[in-house]
Write a protein that binds this ligand. Structure first.
Ligand SMILES: Nc1nc2c(ncn2[C@@H]2O[C@H](COP(=O)(O)OP(=O)(O)O)[C@@H](O)[C@H]2O)c(=O)[nH]1
Ligand SMILES: [Mg+2]
Length: 303
């Protein structure tokens, strides 16, 4: 299955429940106040969030006026452009550290460990040497699960015993990756501790240690959000972002929800770009996020 087809399939529920209808409505309508009101209402229903929906419609009004757009299809093209711009990152991810350390954080069950396996597969297939670090030392099963994935993908895993200090695991992994000339170390972390403050303190510590373990290392911190929880995912994100200095988002389970519209609001609300999307449970079901392809798939009439 091709890139576009796979993305399109994973967005089927989101498209069928609302975005397909939004696209059809804007394309078929005259450009009137009623159309704008309708659009705003539908975007809110699509889990884009009220403030972002309002902002999108304002931007569309301005663009229609500035460019003297007259027809529904012209308005639709303009809307797609605005959406695309809203989600586009200012810069690419930095993957040129020696090594690049990718910390993967987020609450339990959102898909951290699975996404790590998928990233390991993706980077390996791009010719990069990858190592994994089992930084979720809170549950023994977490390191086991990562170990199974590491074997399957064929990468090395650094792990300590259950209950050990996750920052020490990450430190060891980064040192060892530097010594072995690995390009990328991907680190799992716990999503639940005895209380939220402990978790946030732990993530801050891991983040500090990761950058200190090696002079030439760079750190990217990807917060994993579960698309199934829609706008709630966004509301819960800011604590994680502050604690660990997150630099980007992995949005998982796009295939399992009609709330894929939440992706639109992430950059505007959190100030962080979506870097990857999860489109299934298999190890190949992760895609680099491409805003233009995403917008096309969201409104595509036939996929
Ligand atoms: N459908 C679907 N399921 C996913 C995706 N990513 C993760 N999952 C599932 O979500 C569940 C929790 O994943 P896991 O990686 O263990 O979450 P963690 O607790 O954050 O490490 C597992 O059953 C995964 O198979 C995705 O993109 N699509
Ligand atoms: Mg996990």
């Amino acid at each position: 299955m091709g890139f576009f087809e796979k993305l399109g399939q994973s967005l089927k529920k989101t498209r069928d429940s609302i975005f397909g209808a939004i696209g059809a409505m804007v394309t078929a309508s005259e450009i009137t106040d009623e159309m704008y009101d309708n659009l705003e209402e539908q975007l809110i229903l699509a889990d884009v969030g009220a403030d972002v929906a309002m902002d999108l419609v304002d931007q569309l009004r301005r663009e229609v006026k500035a460019n003297h757009l007259k027809t529904g299809p012209e308005a639709m093209q303009a809307l797609k452009g605005i959406l695309c711009k809203m989600m586009s990152p200012e810069e690419e991810m930095h993957l040129s550290g020696q090594p690049t350390v990718i910390l993967v954080i987020g609450v339990n069950g959102v898909g951290k460990t699975t996404s790590i396996a998928k990233l390991a597969k993706l980077y390996t297939s791009q010719g990069k040497k990858v190592m994994l670090a089992a930084g979720d030392t809170f549950r023994a099963a977490a390191a086991e699960q990562l170990g199974v994935w590491a074997d399957r993908v064929g990468v090395t895993l650094v792990r300590h015993s259950e209950g050990s200090d996750p920052a020490a695991v990450i430190y060891d992994a980064v040192e060892s990756a530097a010594a072995r000339h690995c390009d990328i170390v991907i680190c799992d972390t716990a999503g639940r501790l005895h209380n939220k403050k402990n978790l946030m303190d732990e993530l801050s510590k891991i983040s500090r240690v990761a950058s200190k373990a090696c002079d030439t290392a760079t750190v990217e911190t990807l917060l994993v959000l579960d698309a199934i929880t829609g706008q709630n995912a966004i509301n819960q994100a800011s604590q994680f972002i502050d604690a660990a200095g997150a630099t980007g988002i992995i949005l998982t389970k796009l295939d399992g929800t009609a709330k894929g519209g939440a992706a639109i609001a992430i950059k505007a609300k959190l100030g962080l770009p979506v870097r990857y999307v999860g489109v299934g449970e298999g190890v190949d079901d992760l895609m680099e996020f491409d805003p233009a392809a995403f917008v096309d798939a969201l409104f595509a009439s036939e996929v």
